[in-house]
Design a protein around this ligand. Structure first.
Ligand code: BTN
Length: 266
């Protein structure tokens, strides 16, 4: 994978791609490495890619299984010049970019489970972990880590009903290097557009069109308690709009909140 990744990223001419890439056969976590590089002064667009991770990190302190030779694990470093409140929108932007890249490379339409899981045939094929380093009231850096399940593999028993890999679902061989190149290409284009108005208004329609939760009953798990409602799509801030049984609309901010389907993962 290394030589193909290096070659493809060199060919790419974008602002984020092709310039600053670190590839490792094995790494604790690409997010951890990208954060170290950020502290050492690495520039925006730095990309860390690994074939395997020994301590891949998931959301909410979970681990992310990262066997060698199967999947895509990478982290992109950004140094955005906006207030920390806006950073969660980058996660949705990356989810949309991954969704678009999978469609381009694999020819299949995936869905997004708010805020950032990519779902194929009702199962998760991609997870995104965004970590931000804030200094008083400005962002020093944001690391967006992406894990895409590409090749057929065995999942842990608790994930069998929830996780899938692209190749196993679409029965077609996929180049991890090409997929990475297309994800970066789509993110680059979307990020440039996002930076013009610093909200998701140009993306809401596309995002909502592939939102697996749309019109479905969801369970919202907040630190203060759990409640159910119908998901009505995102607003321009990337918040999930949930209609409560009394008709009131709650705006759910992608932070400490988890949203699940009432009858299962989606
Ligand atoms: C999730 O729990 O859904 C998020 C999973 C994110 C996994 C990716 S793999 C590359 C990057 N490095 C990590 O340690 N985690 C992210």
């Amino acid at each position: 994978m290394k030589s193909r990744i290096l070659a493809l990223m060199q060919e790419s001419e974008g602002y984020l791609s092709g310039k600053k890439l670190e590839y490792h056969d094995s790494l604790e976590s690409t997010n951890v490495r990208a954060k170290i590089l950020a502290e050492e002064g690495a520039p925006e667009g730095m990309l860390v890619v690994a074939d395997a991770q020994t301590a891949g990190r998931g959301r909410r302190g979970r681990s992310w299984a990262s066997p060698a030779g199967k999947n895509l694990y990478f982290s992109l470093l950004l140094r955005p010049n906006f207030v920390p409140d806006k950073a969660p929108m980058l996660t949705l932007l990356m989810a949309l970019s991954v969704q678009e890249a999978i469609e381009e490379v694999c020819g299949c339409a995936t869905e997004i489970k708010w805020p950032n899981d990519i779902v194929l045939n009702g199962k998760k094929v991609t997870g995104i972990l965004t970590e931000m380093n804030v200094q008083s009231d400005y962002i020093d850096n944001v690391v967006i880590g992406v894990g895409v399940n590409v090749k057929a593999q065995e999942f842990a028993p608790e994930l069998i009903d929830k996780a899938a890999s692209l190749e196993a679902e679409i029965k077609k061989s996929i180049s991890r290097a090409l997929l990475l190149q297309k994800i970066i290409k789509h993110f680059e284009k979307n990020y440039a557009s996002f930076l013009k108005q610093l909200d998701l208004s140009p993306f809401m329609e596309r995002y909502n069109a592939c939102l697996v939760n749309l019109g479905r009953e969801v369970q919202v798990l907040e630190p203060a308690g759990t409640y159910c409602g119908i998901a009505e799509g995102i607003n321009e801030k990337g918040e999930l709009l949930v209609r409560m049984p009394d008709g009131q609309i709650k705006e759910i901010y992608a932070g400490e909140v988890s949203v699940r389907g009432v009858y299962g993962y989606v």
